[in-house]
Design a protein around this ligand. Structure first.
Ligand code: NDP
Length: 284
């Protein structure tokens, strides 16, 4: 069997088209142009690529994009001061601080400082709580993007065995919660999980968010399963690849997402959606 490829490139283009159409109507009605502020501290090359892509997407949407590239030596209080300024800037509807931050800056303090109504990453504890309850304005981009990919293929989650590998606050935990909201029977695995393959082999829907190149091998996957690869890793040759041994698993799964061109572009598309939502919240 050969898996159907779920193209994040295509689905993200559809999401962006939808967001742009909605944004145009919103702007025509209110005169408000959604604005996203992105802060990057330091010189991390991967982060710089992500920030550039976010800026490019804002331009495609016709959104305002405010970029703050701060030096590695920036102190926590300087960063908090900038966030405070942006919290009070009415042209800025969404604020995103690119992670990871340099050592010495407390990431939680930074996340907590963002006005929850402008928290387009949905990392603030208030938004995390809303997500837990199932009553939210924003969803974090990556798991929300995965849900869009599943929806694009009309993959029914209700009653399905869903296994998420990874329990980070930004991917694994919210991913599990969103699958649960859609009535999946969800198992979260992590580095202390015993006999992980015996669990993943049961999965109808398997989400890999580990950060280890080719971690999920074909023997860990059930025939016909839906396999979503969140991982972004570099091969020794410098190529971007996921957490799934793509070629082998594609021969066994029912659906699979590629890396690149799978979950990655979805994360940015969902960020654009969140920026529009934040602009709408600003007048409520
Ligand atoms: P983290 O490093 O925060 O989390 C990794 C998770 O994987 C942890 O829960 C860890 O377990 C688990 N893990 C590590 N080793 C093993 C193992 N041997 N067996 C089982 N579980 C293991 O990463 P993130 O959640 O931030 O990101 C995960 C991947 O997704 C990365 O490759 C990242 O680059 C990518 N990513 C992609 C995005 C996109 O847009 N496509 C966006 C965000 C991330 P434990 O908790 O026990 O340590």
């Amino acid at each position: 069997m050969s898996a159907k490829i779920i193209s994040g490139k295509e689905v993200s283009a559809q999401v962006k088209e939808r967001v742009k159409a909605e944004a145009d109507i919103f702007t025509a009605k209110t005169g408000i142009v959604p604005g996203l502020a992105v802060i990057i501290v330091g010189e991390d090359p991967a982060s710089q690529i992500y920030v550039r892509n976010k800026h490019k997407s804002c331009a495609e949407m016709g959104f305002k994009s405010f970029q703050y590239a701060l030096p590695e030596t920036t102190s926590e209080s300087e960063l908090l001061e900038l966030i405070d300024k942006l919290n009070n800037d009415k042209d800025v509807h969404g604020i995103l601080v690119q992670m990871p931050l340099p050592k010495g800056i407390n990431e939680n303090a930074v996340i907590n400082a963002i006005n929850p109504k402008k928290d387009v990453d949905a990392f603030h504890p208030e938004n995390v709580g809303h997500i837990m309850i199932g009553d939210y304005s924003f969803l974090p981009g990556t798991p929300a993007g995965v849900m869009e990919l599943l929806a694009s293929e009309n993959i029914d989650i209700s009653g399905k065995k869903c296994v998420v590998i990874g329990r980070s606050n930004i991917v694994g935990k919210p991913m599990a919660m969103l699958l649960l909201h859609k009535h999946g029977t969800v198992t979260i695995c992590h580095s202390r999980t015993k006999d992980l393959p015996s669990i993943t082999r049961e999965a109808d829907i398997l989400v890999a968010a580990i950060g280890k190149l080719g971690f999920v091998t074909a023997d860990m996957v059930k025939e016909g399963a839906v396999v979503i690869d969140v991982g972004i890793n570099r091969t020794p040759e410098g190529k971007v690849r996921g957490d799934v041994d793509y070629e082998a698993v594609a021969g066994k799964a029912g659906y699979i997402t590629p890396v690149p061109g799978g979950v990655g572009p979805m994360t940015i598309a969902m960020l654009m959606q969140n920026t529009l939502t934040a602009a709408k919240l600003s007048i409520e």
